[in-house]
Design a binder for this molecule. Sequence first.
Ligand code: NAD
Ligand code: 0WE
Length: 261
Amino acid sequence: MLNNKKILITGIANKFSIANGIAQSMSKNGAELAFAYQNERLLKKIKPIADDLGVKTLIECDVACDKSIEQTFSQLKDEWGTLDGIVHSIGFAPSDQLDGDFTEVTTREGFQIAHDISSYSFTALAKGALPILSDKAALLTLTYLGSIQSLPNYNVMGLAKASLEANTRFLAASLGKKGIRVNAISAGPIKTLAASGVKNFRSMLKEYADRAPLGRAVTIEEVGNVATFLCSDLASGITGEITYVDAGFNTSAMSLIPSKE
Ligand code: NAD
Ligand code: 0WE
């Protein structure tokens, strides 16, 4: 599905990362990959994954830093010349922002960091890559239902994801004339590093599985396969779209637990 496509994957922290599920699926489907990692601490986790998939290009890229983004695409230009896709699988808010009542815990600085790292960085990567993006290139990001519905503790990340989804539509409108598509996957909750610090994540997963039509959570493999499709030419008519990979959770208003009577 992705033969002869060169795709940059961001956001792999370890084997549990959604970006790793995407890398596995894209590699299996013929893509040639490069990995961008946040800092050298993560290199020892990423190297074995890269070696396993035959990925030779590993680039340090902190999306908080313009220079770092610039260097990333200058290196890709030298190694590849052109680029057919980018997977943006990055989200962050300071941990104090994600623990407690929204009105009480949200600060100007926390708000700014969440929006900068979780939404602006998608625009920044698109801008940085534009000179080397091929026509028919595809950009993809990862979002969550907290963008359109509130839930405890997700707080300012919900606002940042709302911004990221609008970002997806405005980038799609801006880059469509060049043939470049921009989409998002809204994934159900998955136990990754970013979810591991979250209070009551296990009970959230349980409630989630109960209400989802499929009666279970989704896996990084399932998200990866939809990512492969959206970045392939099979999805050539899809842009600006948010595709839910959530076992149907967002389509269900209530679960029916068998009563004891
Ligand atoms: P993860 O912790 O494996 O991945 C998050 C990644 O963001 C890490 O690799 C981290 O290095 C990277 N990152 C953070 N700040 C960065 C910076 N300044 N520069 C570069 N990279 C930076 O967790 P994940 O769950 O795989 O998260 C990936 C994406 O999926 C995020 O956007 C997250 O919001 C989204 N998402 C996660 C879930 C879930 O339940 N796990 C559900 C829906 C959407
Ligand atoms: O988008 C996410 C994860 C977002 C996230 C998580 C952390 C934890 C560690 C962003 N920044 C940080 N910063 C840290 O310091 N998800 C969709 C997973 C997630 O996170 C939640 C959730 C769900 C679901 C936080 C609270 C409530 C639900």
